[in-house]
Ligand binder design. Structure first.
Ligand code: MN
Length: 214
């Protein structure tokens, strides 16, 4: 999945998981994956389509265009598009940010950019982990690039707010909602954050990064 997933338009569909629901065990258990994907993500897709069903002039907009300037959206569907459009595209990235055969470190151009931005790879991990821990309540942690490809940064958004609305392109995303970890980790969100690094698919992150720098 590269940045083309940002070009999808109404009607939106739930993407299939790119691996079996138990593929990320023990970091993320099968039951959590099934509910998270089949219920939570599916719910965002359904509600996003409902919001757009009667808003004909928005149906040809890509998900990126819908989320780029939420202030310009009609009042009656604005918050639903922020919540459910963000919910849809954030999760689409989350599933693709992980895999069973995850490499431990990025390579190539991505590795160089991370080192240039954060000093070294372990400093990046520390920074991302810190931002994740500091997110109060529901939200996300991100590794993003400015939409013109110029800068890389770690940041966080609340609720289902998308980095696209901050004019940033996310290339790696960590879901910090309780529904992402509660069955297995209960209140131990920090343990979920630590375990998540074991399943981060740096190859897919690199595939999203490359076209932004070319
Ligand atoms: Mn989620």
């Amino acid at each position: 999945m590269n940045e083309s997933y940002l070009q999808q338009t109404y009607p939106f569909t739930l993407p299939e998981l790119p691996y079996a629901s138990n593929a990320l065990e023990p970091s993320i258990d099968s039951r959590t994956m099934e509910i998270h994907h089949g219920k939570h993500h599916a719910g965002y897709v359904t509600k996003l389509n409902s919001a757009l069903e009667s808003t004909l002039d928005l149906q040809s907009k890509t998900i990126r265009e819908l989320l780029l300037n939420p202030r310009t959206l009609p009042d009656d569907v604005r918050q639903s598009i922020i919540n459910n459009g963000g919910g849809h595209i954030n999760h689409a990235l989350y599933w693709r940010s992980m895999s069973a055969n995850a490499g431990m470190e990025p390579t190539g151009q991505l590795f160089t950019a991370i080192n240039d931005t954060f000093g070294d790879f372990s400093s990046f991990i520390e920074k991302f982990t810190e931002v994740s821990i500091l997110r109060f309540g529901s939200g996300w942690a991100w590794l993003s690039v400015e939409e013109d490809g110029s800068n890389m940064m770690v940041h966080s958004t609340a609720n289902q707010d998308s980095p696209l609305s901050e004019h940033r392109i996310p290339i790696l995303g960590l879901d910090l909602w309780e529904h992402a970890y509660y069955l297995n980790y209960q209140n131990r969100r920090n343990d979920y954050i630590a375990a998540w690094w074991n399943v981060v698919d740096w190859k897919s992150v690199a595939e999203r990064f490359a076209p932004l720098r070319s």
